[in-house]
Design a protein around this ligand. Structure first.
Ligand SMILES: [Cu+2]
Length: 813
């Protein structure tokens, strides 16, 4: 759909055109977003010419671009654009793409590695590790290969010394994960390489970080390993059951109409590498996830030589077999009850291609006076907030050095892990416990589609990575940054008693977003910054549900969503690291709640009333500050400095949960320790460089001997006056239902938490917002001098400069 404004003037129907009249805008910047409704009219003559009309509900006039206030990002001053008859002037220049680095600055500390840096590390490793290194894209289990290279985050003390005290920046380093399949004792090694951009040293940190070598069976599965498994399934195994598969599933030579889907964990005990693969119809252009054919294969792929891989068990439409050959024998003997699964192609209701023609365009937010924030490299700055953003290849989105009005409130705010735990009556649904960080929340980020995943005029930023490859690759538009008018008052009061006035503030938020597409599911990750000093962290789930072949007592495990498809019950949860620094590094943990206390009525002591009181407790130890899921927790939990605000209260930031998490896996499960963070809705621990993350990428393939067990972090140390990290779990139970077809919607499927100032300030800092509106009865609210909203009709009558639609592409892997 051509959204561009390159249509001829004749095709534009501008309503309510008015003579240009320039009015001086009262100082600084005006802050109102404007919804412009772009209507696409049906062509009257022939289908080829779509006439486009901009119905701008405001009059046309000149545009004044005013420099933004201190800390703001506007630089032009007083640029005036006169109206041209018949055409609205273009809105002030908006750069839809981020500014590249112009000079190394503060945010470079946390910036993900550039393509040049990734290339330099890879060349250095190739040189150091010798000629036996194989490209991970083609590596077999018995090869040596570089699995990943990403930023090694700097130690916090060194980072702060640089940021706060002007010390030289810490060396910029990379962390490389190398698979040594070709060594006598195959293992995984972690190497720190530095300094960038010209590496000269390499340090093996495996033993220091993990207490010993990393067993080879814990390594993530390479894409090449999946390809080799597919090769084995389709070329060697499926032909052995050609008869039954032809009967049930329209099988033809080597099963081109089928695809496999992996599960995890891969076995039942430490050392196993045996994965149940489900088979699905390969539906082109739509999700295969909803089309199980009822065949699942347990593949043992532990051997270093793929020729030695075997099928250990076969599940077919409710029964287990020793092999595909045995299934075929029983089928030929008439002993298999085959359900024929229709393969009705791509035209079905599950396709994401709507049958409905496009209608009028939805509302669009524009920036009538230009962007009010900047993105330089990975540093975002608005008049209120500054922070750096990035994407861990495995751990996902993260934000550093977060400052409100110039003062740091948090050092790090990062996703650690995403987990889905399934139930079901087929082996692959029963065996599905996905610890997604092991696949890579950054690795599987997807390009953001302008106008769907983020506002059309958001600022989009690419992400570079080096994973399972010898050369860096790019996910275009992996991040978006935008400011959004939520259409909600952040605060307001209309007074009609004693004195007559209105005061209010529109809620505008600054958002950084990325999306991880983990096979079927898409997780939308948001970090949202509010003008009152609050931060919201939230994830939404969308995409396809995971499903299973429907048989037997299926409804105990979910809802039927198609003729042969069961939507299987599961929980989604995510774990977050919240390294708050509330007024400095040393913080305390306070718990507050309420209680009713029976009290004699002071003026009539023979009567009793229930009096509500505040309960207030300073938590001393990590044990006291760990709150199990499902248990009670104080409604107000905040981290505070030992400095007080004007009213004598400790300056704090409250962690307010928004979560409907399902039950965690019972602790007697042999793999629960791999995601023992799920036991806690919230836990506060001392911050330690040696405890950088609550999880490990190796937990996915060996959950029975977890490389990181979060409960180890909680060991009764004091949390009083320490540098603290709050670890937060947010999640929800998902019982898939008919409306999850074709896709789960984000509506109602979003959870997370808020970080909110609690006595941190002396009053609400949004009072000082330049967006504030106030007028009283003696004033003319329609006057631009009194009310900035009244200036909109003069300043905001411009045509948004919409860049041509673009998409980040499909082939980053
Ligand atoms: Cu779900």
């Amino acid at each position: 759909m051509p959204l561009a404004h390159s249509t001829t003037p004749e095709t534009r129907n501008l309503q309510r055109r008015k003579e240009a009249s320039f009015t001086q805008v009262p100082s600084v910047y005006l802050s109102v977003y404007l919804s412009i409704c772009i209507l696409i009219q049906e062509p009257e003559e022939g289908p080829g010419a779509i006439a486009m009309a901009f119905f701008i509900t405001l009059s046309l006039c000149s545009v004044l671009v005013v420099g933004m206030g201190e800390g703001g990002t506007g630089s032009e001053e007083g640029v005036e654009t006169e109206c041209k008859p018949g055409l609205p002037p273009p809105c002030p220049s908006i750069s839809p793409s981020a500014q590249p680095w112009t000079h190394p600055g503060q945010s470079e500390l946390f910036a993900d590695l550039s393509p040049e840096e990734l290339t330099a590390v890879m060349s250095f490793l190739t040189q150091q590790l010798g000629p036996g290194l194989v490209d991970a894209a083609q590596a077999r289990p018995s090869d040596n290969c570089v699995f990943s290279v990403e930023l090694q985050l700097p130690p916090k003390a060194a980072a702060l010394a640089h940021l706060d005290r002007g010390s030289p920046p810490p060396a910029r380093e990379a962390l490389a994960i190398v698979f040594f399949g070709g060594q006598p004792q195959p293992n995984v090694s972690e190497l720190v390489v530095g300094p960038l951009p010209h590496p000269s040293y390499m340090r093996d940190v495996t033993v220091e970080r993990h207490g010993g070598p990393l067993p080879y069976h814990r390594r993530p599965v390479l894409i090449q390993e999946y390809l080799d498994i597919d090769q084995m399934i389709f070329n060697r195994e499926l032909p052995q059951a050609a008869g039954v598969l032809h009967h049930c599933c329209f099988y033809k030579h080597q099963g081109w109409n089928l695809v496999t889907m992996t599960t995890a964990p891969r076995g039942l005990q430490s050392g196993d590498r045996a994965t149940w693969f489900g088979l699905y119809y390969n539906i082109s252009g739509a999700g295969f996830y909803l089309h199980p054919v009822g065949l699942e294969l347990l593949v043992d792929h532990k051997a270093l030589d793929p020729a030695h891989w075997t099928i250990q068990k076969v599940f077919f439409q409710g029964r287990y077999y020793e092999s595909l050959a045995q299934l075929e024998d029983k089928f030929e003997a008439g002993l298999v009850n085959v359900v024929v699964i229709p393969d009705n192609g791509t035209g079905g209701s599950w396709s994401l291609k709507s049958q409905v023609p496009p209608g009028p365009a939805p509302p669009l937010q524009v920036h009538p006076q230009g962007l009010r924030f900047s993105v330089q490299g990975t540093r975002v700055a608005s008049s209120l907030w500054t922070f750096s953003f990035g994407l861990g290849a495995f751990s996902g989105p993260r934000i550093f050095d977060i400052r409100f009005q110039g003062k740091r409130v948090a050092y790090e705010l990062s996703v650690q892990e995403a987990l889905t735990v399934y139930g079901g009556n087929s082996p692959s649904s029963l065996r599905s416990q996905y610890i997604d960080g092991g696949f890579g929340l950054g690795h599987f980020s997807s390009p953001l589609t302008h106008g769907v995943d983020c506002p059309y005029l958001a600022t989009y930023v690419d992400w570079h990575f080096l994973l399972e490859s010898q050369a860096p690759k790019t996910i275009h538009d992996a991040f978006c940054v935008f400011e959004q008018n939520q259409g909600l008052p952040l605060r307001r009061h209309h007074s009609d008693i004693h004195s007559h006035y209105f005061g209010g503030l529109a809620e505008t938020v600054l958002v950084v977003r990325s999306v991880s597409t983990m096979l079927n599911y898409d997780y939308v990750w948001d970090m949202v910054f509010y003008p009152n000093g609050a931060i919201e962290v939230k994830f939404h789930a969308t995409g396809y549900i995971s499903s299973a072949f429907l048989f037997g007592a299926a409804r105990r495990f979910g809802n039927q969503v198609r003729e042969h498809t069961l939507g299987t019950v599961h929980t989604h949860s995510a774990h977050f690291k919240v390294d708050l620094d509330v007024g400095g590094l040393e913080n305390w943990v306070w718990a507050e709640d309420m209680a009713f206390v029976p009290t004699a009525v002071p003026w009539s002591p023979e009567h009793q009333i229930q009096r509500m009181q505040v309960t207030r407790k300073l938590l001393e130890t990590e044990e006291q500050a760990a709150f199990p899921l499902g248990g009670t927790h104080p409604r107000y939990l905040y981290l505070a400095s030992n400095h007080s605000n004007k009213w004598g209260h400790p300056r704090g930031y409250r962690i307010q949960m928004l979560s409907f998490a399902g039950e965690p896996l019972p602790q007697n499960s042999s793999m629960e320790r791999a995601f023992s963070w799920g036991r806690y809705q919230l836990a506060v621990t001392q911050r330690k460089e040696g405890e950088p993350s609550s999880t490990s990428i190796y937990n996915l393939n060996d959950p029975w001997t977890p490389t990181v067990d979060f409960t180890d972090f909680i060991n009764n140390e004091t949390v009083a006056g320490q540098d603290l990290v709050a670890w937060v779990t947010a999640g929800f139970l998902h019982i898939p239902h008919a409306e999850d077809i074709p896709n789960t919607v984000t509506v109602g499927n979003g959870v997370g938490f808020f970080l909110r100032p609690y006595n941190f300030f002396d009053q609400d800092p949004s009072f000082d917002s330049a967006d504030s509106i106030y007028f009283h009865e003696d004033q003319n609210a329609g006057s631009c001098e009194v009310n900035p909203l009244a200036c909109l009709s003069q300043i905001a009558a411009c045509a948004p400069d919409l860049p041509a639609f673009s998409h980040g592409g499909f082939s980053h892997n």
